[in-house]
Ligand binder design. Structure first.
Ligand SMILES: [Zn+2]
Ligand SMILES: [Zn+2]
Length: 239
């Protein structure tokens, strides 16, 4: 554990001091590595769970579109590059490497989570309006989702995701380490959210079903992790 923390610190220290183009290349590499590793793992794991362990099943069983995963991978890779550009702004705006107390750590995670839930809900609703739906159509092209669908979004939508942390950092102090960890966790969560997989015992399945319903039904279930905005604004559907 100590080795992991030391390595992350070393990496972050190097990243903030190095030339912007090296920082950009590093960031692109990390985003691509997390995207391809996590999507590949979740894809294989859900297949293994359903076929070998028989511990659950796919929610939507319609066949995938022709070359669906290849197209999703291509858009996903472009999104990772846009996230890398966005990360350069966090280099300019971060408050410190890590919060100086546990309280500050918890406080930053909490405030950022509430902010991101709100930001993503309203940006998602904006993407469903007349003027923006042509961009969001790239993501909704995937009706039966796969883990690769997670970042299969138009560059405009990827930019809206990429600027979410820099906008927050311009108003509220956020440590670079917290932003980094939350971004990686957010990527893994988004990929899992698009697994279209439901465990037989119902564990964790609520999230996947919730988002698969967004893809199959359209303008419902806009939320990311929490459902409070969907509940409050009556956009929540459970079937
Ligand atoms: Zn949508
Ligand atoms: Zn989606």
């Amino acid at each position: 554990m100590e080795y992991i923390v030391t390595s992350i610190n070393g990496l972050l220290n190097f990243w903030v001091d190095t030339a912007w183009y090296i920082a950009l290349a590093m960031s692109a590499l990390v985003n691509l590595l997390v995207f391809f590793t996590a999507a590949y793992s979740v894809d294989k794991l859900s297949l293994w769970f359903s076929k070998e362990l028989k511990s659950g099943a796919y929610i939507d069983t319609r066949p995938l579109k022709a070359n669906q995963k290849q197209r999703e991978m291509k858009y996903g890779a472009i999104s990772c590059l846009i996230f890398a550009v966005g990360s350069l702004f966090t280099r300019e705006l971060y408050s410190d490497l890590w919060p100086n107390t546990v309280f500050n750590f918890v406080w930053q995670v909490l405030v950022f989570s509430v902010y991101y839930e709100t930001y993503s809900y309203f940006v998602h609703r904006l993407l469903h309006t007349k003027h923006f739906s042509k961009y969001h159509a790239v993501h909704h092209w995937s009706v039966r989702v796969t883990p690769w669908s997670a970042y299969s979004v138009h560059p405009v939508e990827a930019t809206l995701i990429a600027i979410s942390a820099p906008i927050f950092m311009a108003i509220f102090p956020l440590s670079l380490g917290v932003a980094f960890v939350l971004h990686i966790m957010g990527m893994v969560f988004t990929i899992t959210l698009h697994s279209n997989y439901q465990f037989a015992n119902g564990r964790f399945s609520g999230y996947m079903l919730y988002h698969q319903l967004h893809h199959s039904r359209g303008s419902v279930n806009f939320g990311f992790v929490n459902k409070y905005w969907d509940t409050l604004l009556k956009t929540k559907r459970c079937s």
